[in-house]
Structures are given as structure tokens and as C-alpha cells.
Design a protein around this ligand. Structure first.
Ligand code: FEO
Length: 402
């Protein structure tokens, strides 16, 4: 079937044969505002090799792009760098259609693919540093456990000095542009930061170890080709530098005020706390849930030093949006945050105490006891909110890194 999709040339012997998902807006809980890409790559070496596949509904797009370069039946090898289904979903059908000579994955990847697809055929497990001979060139595979899953690995194509990095160094950005130099730097940095914050923050230690290991591998890298978003062609050093900075987790003099409100009282408190923080020289983001997405809060927390959480009491507990956002951010394990809880109540209260527990569960250092206001804050209550903001700003200034 010809549907007009064409491959994009990456180098003389490498083609992008992935798919663009313009319409996905929720990627397992992460808001993908523009959509994303599932990148797959075709290496036209003596042994024609496909690196990764695409999410299952996009398989015909991938096959059409492959067909614009070679007959898919010409593919000798398939390498699966990551078994998550946005990259492996089309693998079983690819194997059925192409009948490749060999399918390669990491040791854990081979098992993960069997567990996902209950395949009968053999998957060749490649050890860390294992080399796959393609005839006129070769690919070396490196385990990158937890970047993003235990099975993940990088593949390095020696002749082209090209590192296929699966999820690492990627971003959820749907576009016609395939290379970093075709996109605005601020867009690249924002989308890469959002991806790191929401997918990789909890693996920061493993990322730092990997960044230390890369120079020791003795490989010369000209380009990095991730499985989402653009290929780092002109400045891959920039994304390596950003990953180091994000993984080192250096909180700055920035506070994120996350809250929800029923009749506007907690909203007034959030703004007064923000005023106190700003007056004391802290950068502030005021983020009302139901107006922003949890994944945008995670992005703001990537370089923040403070998390201030506010909720009215609803049915004796926190507003559900707060539970959603804080449980999500807890899982991402942002470290080194200070903060406090606040909120309004009508009669029994309870939300602020529970918010404090949620913050403590995230290892947030509580700067000041939770601030509660009955029904609607008056001038004196709003001044206490500003004081809380100033106290958090003062604590931020005394942190090692703000
Ligand atoms: Fe893009 Fe972890 O899959």
C-alpha cells in the first residue's frame, strides 16, 4: 500500500522512518500539547538494519517510509533499543512481514519483549558493549538501565558517529522538522526539560552515572538520534549539558504555588503568598489546578527550590486535583524542596494538615506550620499569607544553591 509517506535522510546511510502522532494529547498522564513522534531508523549497511519501530497504530506510516528507501523484505536485522510499546508496538508485525535474519535487544530487553508479546521466535540478547557486525560497518550496544526502563540500551553506529539513544535526550514534539537546527532553541530546551521532568527525574542518579560513562566508552559522537522529537545534529553537546544540570538537581530561587479553589478564598491566599515571595525577590509561578496540567507543574519543579501547596477543605479532605498532582510529583522524586501548605475551610477543616503530610511524603522541608483561613480571608489573614511567602523566600535564600 502506498500512502505517500517518505523517509527523511539523516546521513548517507541512515534514514528516519518513524511516524508523527499529531493528535496524542495524553501520553500516560503527560500532556503532549503538540503531539509527539515515534522515531525509527533504517541503516542501509550491507546488513540492512531497522532500529526500533513505532506505536502500533502507526505501523503503515513506518512501512511506507521504509518502502521509499528499500523493500521492507530487504531488512536483515531489527534492533529494539527499548521495549516500551511506543517503540515496540509494531515489532511483532514487522517480524512477521519482514522475516529478518535476526532481532536484537539487550538481555533485559529480550525478556521484556517476550513478556510483552509472547513471541515464539528467538531474540538475540546483546550484552553491554556487544557489537553487531553489519558487514561494511558495525553497531555497538550499551545498556542504559532505567533510561527509561531496565531494558533500555543505546546503539552506536561507528561509521556515521551516530548514537541512537531511544528515550534519552528526546522530547514530545510533533513537527515536520527532524533536526535540532531547524527548531527554535527555546522550544527545544522547554520541551526537553518537560520530558526530563516528567519521565526521567527519578532516574537522575543513573543519568549522572551514564554521563560519566559516555566519555570512557571512547566513542566519537557527531549526532544523537532519540526515539522522540528532533535529532541532535548541530549541537548535541547542549542536550548533554542540560541533562547534567537537570540530573544534578540544582534548586534555584524559584517557588511554585500549586493550588485549587472552590469559591476563591484559597485563590486569594495563593496570590498573597505569591506577593510575599515576589517582594522578597523570589521568582514565582502561580499554578491553579484545573487551569494547568500536572505535567506542567512537574516541568516548573525541575529547577524550583520551593513548592507551596494550597487546598480548600472538601468533604473533610483535600481537593482531588491536589491529591492527583502531588502524588504524581512525589513519584518523580524532586529533591531539595522547601515549602508549606495553606487553604481555606468552612467548619471542620482538615485539608491543610493532609497537604502537609503529602508534602512531607515528598521530602519537602516544611518552612512554617500550615496556614488556614475560615471561609474568606480578611486583610489581616492576607498579611499572614504574605508573611508566609516572605518566610519561604528567606529559607530559599539560605539554601546552598538558589
Ligand atoms: Fe518512548 Fe519509554 O518509551
Amino acid at each position: 500500500m502506498s500512502n505517500g509517506f517518505k523517509a527523511s535522510k539523516v546521513t548517507d546511510n541512515v534514514y528516519w522512518v518513524g511516524a508523527v502522532d499529531w493528535n496524542v494529547r495524553d501520553f500516560h498522564g503527560y500532556a503532549t500539547h503538540t503531539g509527539t513522534t515515534y522515531n525509527a531508523f533504517l541503516v542501509t549497511a550491507d546488513k540492512v538494519t531497522l532500529i526500533d519501530t513505532v506505536k502500533k497504530p502507526f505501523k503503515e506510516e513506518m512501512f511506507a517510509r521504509i518502502r521509499s528507501v528499500v523493500d521492507p523484505g530487504a531488512i536483515d536485522y531489527v534492533i529494539s533499543n527499548h521495549s516500551e510499546m511506543d517503540h515496540s508496538g509494531s515489532l511483532p508485525e514487522t517480524i512477521d512481514r519482514v522475516r529478518p535474519e535476526k532481532v536484537f535487544a539487550s538481555v533485559m530487553g529480550a525478556q521484556a519483549l517476550r513478556d510483552h508479546f509472547h513471541m515464539n521466535g528467538e531474540i538475540v540478547a546483546v550484552g553491554d558493549g556487544g557489537r553487531i557486525d553489519l558487514g561494511n560497518t558495525s553497531i555497538t550496544c550499551y545498556e542504559t538501565r532505567m533510561l527509561h526502563w531496565p531494558d533500555s540500551m543505546f546503539s552506536y553506529l561507528a561509521g556515521e558517529k551516530l548514537l541512537f539513544s531511544q528515550d534519552a535526550f528526546g522530547m514530545h514534539l510533533a513537527s515536520y522538522e527532524r533536526f535540532d537546527d531547524e527548531l527554535d532553541e527555546s522550544v527545544l530546551e522547554h520541551e526537553a526539560a518537560k520530558y526530563f521532568a516528567n519521565i526521567l527525574t527519578l532516574y537522575s542518579k543513573q543519568i549522572l552515572k551514564l554521563l560519566e560513562k559516555v566519555p570512557e566508552l571512547g566513542i566519537d559522537i557527531d549526532m544523537i538520534a532519540p526515539d522522540h522529537g528532533p535529532i541532535w545534529r548541530s549541537n548535541h553537546g547542549r542536550i548533554l549539558e542540560l541533562y547534567r544540570r537537570w540530573a544534578e538537581r540544582r534548586p534555584t530561587n524559584k517557588a511554585v504555588v500549586v493550588y485549587d479553589t472552590m469559591w476563591g478564598s484559597t485563590d486569594l491566599m495563593a496570590r498573597a503568598i505569591g506577593d510575599g515571595l515576589a517582594e522578597a525577590g523570589t521568582h514565582v509561578r502561580i499554578m491553579k489546578l484545573r487551569a494547568v496540567h500536572r505535567s506542567d507543574i512537574a516541568t516548573e519543579l525541575l529547577d524550583a527550590g520551593a513548592l507551596v501547596a494550597g487546598s480548600p477543605t472538601l468533604n473533610n479532605t483535600v481537593f482531588p486535583t491536589l491529591a492527583d498532582a502531588l502524588v504524581y510529583c512525589k513519584g518523580l522524586r524532586f529533591t531539595g524542596l522547601v515549602g508549606a501548605a495553606f487553604g481555606s475551610y468552612g467548619w471542620s477543616g482538615g485539608a491543610v494538615k493532609q497537604l502537609e503530610e503529602l508534602l512531607r511524603g515528598m521530602n519537602v522541608e516544611i518552612v512554617s506550620e500550615g496556614l488556614q483561613v475560615k471561609y474568606v480571608p480578611d486583610g489581616e489573614a492576607l498579611e499572614r499569607c504574605r508573611e508566609l511567602g516572605r518566610a519561604i523566600a528567606d529559607r530559599l535564600k539560605r539554601l546552598p544553591n538558589p
